[in-house]
Design a protein around this ligand. Structure first.
Ligand SMILES: Cc1cc2nc3c(=O)[nH]c(=O)nc-3n(C[C@H](O)[C@H](O)[C@H](O)COP(=O)(O)OP(=O)(O)OC[C@H]3O[C@@H](n4cnc5c(N)ncnc54)[C@H](O)[C@@H]3O)c2cc1C
Length: 317
């Protein structure tokens, strides 16, 4: 991989890359992740439209540098050394439109970078039900689809109508879900390497008052579980049915609640959540998660599977 020197980077990029959105250099990723950790991204681009995305992909290809697509940063642990190459921040893809279908359902089409919680709120205000289960979960719509986000016994794939994509070579396409494409925390986009620009959900008519009641219940439940008490990325490990109990209960059974390294700590409220308790580094968070996985393996024989994604230049540590 080509690694540009800082000084030449800005000159080259300013000359070679023209987009209608925004370009920043050495952007601290800690400002774009819910863990509030992570070093600088070489090039941090905020495209305004699909042409911008094509330009960014073309630029990265011409310089042989990688591109990482950022949603809400709610499921990633970015290395302290940061991210080499281009980060594409999808936050300006935040449109919302609704189209009724003849069968009485409505397709809600939203920009990929829209916070999924805002999509749920908009739907409820417009008497549309289906997204209420995911209200108050951090992250973007596309991030939720990428991981097939799951909460309160529902997966986001259950209401998916379509996904608009741009391939790494710049070609647009529309994906329609097929049976078996999705599984627990699995989506076809994890292997596809394409960029989601928009997502459609199949929703039904519903009473806004009962939708909001359910949504507020979920939000209170998350608050009680400490989801918003300190910077974190939700569950660190996936749940595996073979273990017979949730990963949090397994970690708890080993007395690891409250375990800490540096500024990172296992939450006192939920053993499957690591929090940035006191100016943690990404290395601290990783060290705590590695310790939990090692302890569970050594003492119980289970291999925990990490749900949060390691992003950036980890090998530099
Ligand atoms: C307090 C808290 C509670 C949480 N609770 C839950 C929960 O109940 N259930 C659950 O499933 N998760 C939960 N999470 C984890 C997180 O909210 C979800 O995984 C969320 O879907 C991540 O979305 P994101 O936009 O932040 O994705 P990011 O973290 O930004 O990215 C995740 C992955 O998606 C890819 N991606 C993002 N956008 C695009 C795009 N436009 N095109 C292609 N790829 C893309 C990224 O490249 C990356 O590989 C929680 C997190 C927090 C902080």
């Amino acid at each position: 991989m080509l690694r540009l020197k800082k000084s030449e980077r800005k000159i080259n990029i300013a000359a070679d890359l023209r987009i209608s959105g925004e370009i920043r250099f050495d952007e601290p990723m800690a400002e774009h992740t819910t863990f509030k950790v992570g070093g600088p991204a070489d090039v941090f681009a905020i495209p305004s439209d699909e042409n911008d995305i094509r330009e960014l992909l073309k630029f990265a290809k011409s310089k042989s540098i990688p591109c990482f697509v950022l949603g809400g940063g709610a499921n990633i642990l970015v290395a302290d050394a940061g991210i080499r190459g281009v980060v594409i921040d999808m936050s300006r893809f935040n449109s919302i439109t609704a189209a009724p279908l003849e069968n009485g359902a409505t397709v809600l089409s939203v920009g990929a970078g829209l916070p999924v919680s805002r999509a749920a709120a908009w739907a409820a205000d417009h008497k549309l039900g289906g997204l209420e289960f995911i209200y108050s979960m951090p992250g973007s719509v596309a991030g939720a689809v990428w991981m097939n986000a799951r909460c309160y016994n529902a997966d986001i794939s259950g209401i998916l109508s379509h996904v608009d994509l741009i391939s790494r070579t710049g070609n647009p396409s529309r994906y329609h879900p097929k049976p078996d494409d999705f599984a627990y925390k699995r989506s076809p986009f994890q292997d596809a390497d394409s960029i989601m620009t928009g997502v459609g959900f199949s929703l039904r008519s519903a009473d806004p008052r009962s939708l909001w009641m359910e949504m507020k219940d979920h939000e209170s439940d998350r608050t009680a579980k400490g989801h918003f008490a300190a910077p974190c990325a939700g569950s660190v490990f996936k749940n595996n049915r073979v273990f017979g109990q949730p990963s949090g209960a397994i970690i708890d059974s080993l007395g690891l609640r409250g375990f800490s390294i540096g500024g990172a700590k296992v939450s006192d409220l939920h053993a499957n959540i690591i929090i940035n308790a006191d100016n943690a580094s990404a290395a601290d968070v990783r060290a705590v998660s590695d310790h939990l996985a090692r302890e569970v393996k050594n003492r119980l024989g289970f291999e925990l599977e990490r749900e949060i994604l390691l992003v950036g230049e980890w090998e530099a540590l």
